[in-house]
Write a protein that binds this ligand. Structure first.
Ligand code: PDD
Length: 289
């Protein structure tokens, strides 16, 4: 059990893993990443995460090793070595090793790092009572400056929001976009429920296309819950019957307060409960296939 890493295919305990100080990921933050988790020891939706990783890298003009099998094989080896009951998985792909310059022709790469560690689920209390979120004062990166659809290691925008949220006692900080519309959480997507209808901001609000978000929208359709992507503003969060956030690690976490104000009756709502149950069922089904 423990934290293990694979650096370009070499599996070692994480504390022994090394990447060059000349790696562009280190010198420029020139890297993309994915966070996955396992259910029953199996990676959940490796296919969709790799698709997004490739898309992120392509937007920055470098490529992931071709073939999902390479990733699957290396990840299987890493998970087997780590032997955790459930694992948190981080895949990091950098442009490669350069010479601390913008001479991309001198970069040898890419560098592919995978790290697995025991998965720590969020506290059960978060699901029983709901979490506190706040609306951050920092705005989401403007898509024409740094497109939030690129899941990059440049997480300073997110870190500023998270630090503000933590300072205000919140489990997640919601970022508005440049227009003042609701974008997304610092590491999650956000949903509201009003009069039985589920809404979440559209991708052109300048957000990451969350894999959990997509699954939740699809599950709503299967469950017969009306759901749509639409522009939301902060007032929609305050006026909602229910609010919840989605991410790989949090699944669908109910929100108890926004900026200290109770959402609806203040606990997890019935629509969220149905969605969370359906999501967990789907995750277990999908890893057993
Ligand atoms: N965060 N929005 C942002 C900015 C994110 O960083 C994430 C994921 C999401 C949700 O995406 P998904 O459902 O695919 O996990 C939305 C991961 C968990 C992370 O940063 O570790």
């Amino acid at each position: 059990m423990g934290i293990f890493a694979s650096v370009n295919g070499n599996v070692v305990p994480a504390e022994q893993a090394r990447v060059s100080v000349l790696d562009n990921g280190f010198t420029f933050g020139d890297a993309v990443y994915e966070t996955l988790r396992t259910y029953r020891g199996r990676p959940f939706h490796l296919d969709r995460h790799l698709e997004r990783l490739r898309a992120s890298a392509a937007r920055l003009g470098f490529a992931a090793p071709s073939g999902d099998e390479v990733f699957a094989r290396r990840l299987d080896e890493l998970l087997a070595r780590a032997g955790n009951e459930e694992s948190y998985i981080r895949i990091i792909l950098t442009r490669g090793e350069g010479d601390i310059s913008y001479r991309f022709d001198r970069v040898t790469g890419p560098t592919l790092v995978m790290v697995v560690k025991p998965f720590e689920p969020p506290p059960a209390r978060d699901y029983a009572e709901g979490i506190a979120i706040v609306i951050a004062s920092v705005r989401r990166n403007h898509p024409r400056a740094l497109d939030p659809a690129i899941k990059s290691n440049n997480l300073l925008n997110n870190i500023l929001a998270v630090r503000e949220g933590q300072g205000r006692g919140a489990a997640e900080a919601i970022l508005l976009n440049d227009l003042g519309e609701v974008a997304e959480g610092a590491s999650s997507n956000v949903f509201v429920v009003k009069a039985g209808r589920v809404s979440t901001p559209p991708l052109d609000a300048g957000i990451l296309s969350g894999i959990t978000r997509r699954i939740v929208l699809d599950l709503c359709r299967e469950l017969g819950i009306p759901a749509r992507e639409e522009t939301l503003i902060a007032a929609d969060l305050f006026a909602a019957d229910e609010v919840f956030i989605t991410s790989t690690t949090k699944e669908a976490a109910p929100v108890r307060t926004v900026d200290g104000k109770l959402v609806g009756a203040g606990g997890p709502g019935p629509v969220h409960q149905r969605i969370l149950q359906a999501y967990r069922d789907y995750a277990l089904r999908s890893v057993s296939r």
